[in-house]
Write a protein that binds this ligand. Structure first.
Ligand code: TXA
Ligand code: MG
Length: 318
């Protein structure tokens, strides 16, 4: 298994040798490699069994460094970046040649983000290259929000996991681009639409297209998925429908009487608390002895939209 620790020097040495290290961020753990080294990036795709059409996000620690990798950085996006970073926002920008094709799946843009985690920020400061990092889970499975989640699934394949504790946001970054003088949101995530609109002072455009071979995956119809069947709906009705089976329940606020395998996302009804718990609870229920999992949508406000997006993809089956 991988070594779990907080040794930034050791993590840096592995990365400088072209090896992969799992890193904590405020959203989810990332599977990181040197973004400027096509071989390291290839091994990210191999380790995750990720299709090559699904581009990676490039992580750095400072706004100044970004001009090395992008041709332009529109002013409104710079202002947004200054307000949010380090934070759960990824910005798509036209890339320079120095970013290898394999990082962006051949697209002209590269997704960039400054993540908000002290260990990872120190690591990034100590490196003279940025880190390409998708979520550190096998492709399509639930994203990891603790070092142990990474170790359970990828521990045999990587040398080191930087252990930064539980991720505070718990769902992936919001992905945005600038087009036609408007902010386009390509993936809902840890920064809410409401927060984005407050920050830029105008409405955003939602471009959350779903397809099975999308330009912006993370948008795949099935993603973030447990191995057990997951159904979303009215919990009482679903309990009746699956009576006789061992049922694992993930509710938003309520605690259902008489259910032994049960997780409640936020007893207070807070979508931030719910997003922090979401992937851990899904994983725990998937590992429990429940045969089917049932859950309900959360209110479509604040991080609730991004949570419901994850739930839909987690439950999707063809
Ligand atoms: O919070 C996060 O964003 C986490 C942490 C580790 O930073 N990373 C993450 O990476 O969620 P990943 O690979 O699981 O999802 C990245 C998604 C891709 O699926 C793709 O949709 C989108 O980012 N993406 C990246 N580069 C893109 C590009 N140039 N154009 C369109 N979409 C892009
Ligand atoms: Mg992912």
């Amino acid at each position: 298994m991988a070594i779990l620790g907080t040794d930034i020097v050791q993590a840096r040495q592995f990365l400088e040798q072209g090896k992969l290290v799992a890193i904590p961020t405020e959203t989810v753990y990332g599977l990181a490699g040197n973004a400027l080294d096509p071989d390291a990036v290839l091994s990210i795709f191999e380790t995750k069994a990720r299709p090559s059409f699904d581009p990676l996000i490039v992580h750095t620690d400072s706004l100044q460094k970004i001009e090395r990798w992008v041709k332009e950085f529109p002013k409104p996006l710079q202002a947004l970046a200054k307000a949010v970073w380090p934070g759960p926002l990824t910005i798509l920008l036209p890339r320079k040649e120095i970013i290898p094709d394999i990082v962006t799946s051949g697209l002209d843009t590269v997704g960039i983000r400054i993540p908000n985690h002290p260990l990872t920020l120190s690591l990034l400061q100590s490196l003279d290259f940025p880190l390409a990092a998708p979520s550190a889970n096998p492709f399509g499975y639930i994203s990891p929000t603790q070092a142990t989640h990474v170790n359970e699934q990828l521990g045999k394949l990587i040398p080191y996991i930087l252990d930064g504790g539980a991720c505070q946001v718990g769902i992936e970054s919001t992905i945005v681009a600038w087009a036609n003088n408007q902010l386009q949101v390509l993936r809902l995530g840890g920064l809410s639409v409401e927060a984005l609109e407050d920050l830029i002072g105008q409405k955003v455009i939602l471009h959350l297209n779903q397809s099975s071979n999308p330009q912006a995956p993370g948008m795949l119809k099935s993603h973030y998925a447990p191995r057990k069947p997951l159904y979303i709906g009215d919990l009482e009705a679903l309990l009746k429908q699956h009576a006789g089976k061992r049922i694992g329940v993930m509710s938003f606020q309520q605690v259902l009487p008489g259910v032994t395998i049960q997780r409640t996302l936020s007893p207070q009804g807070n979508t931030h608390e719910a997003s922090k718990n979401l992937f851990r609870f899904l994983r725990e229920l998937d590992q429990s002895d429940a045969e089917v999992l049932i859950t309900e949508f959360v209110p479509e406000v604040d991080l609730g939209r991004a949570i419901n997006d994850r739930l839909r993809r987690a439950a999707y089956s063809e």
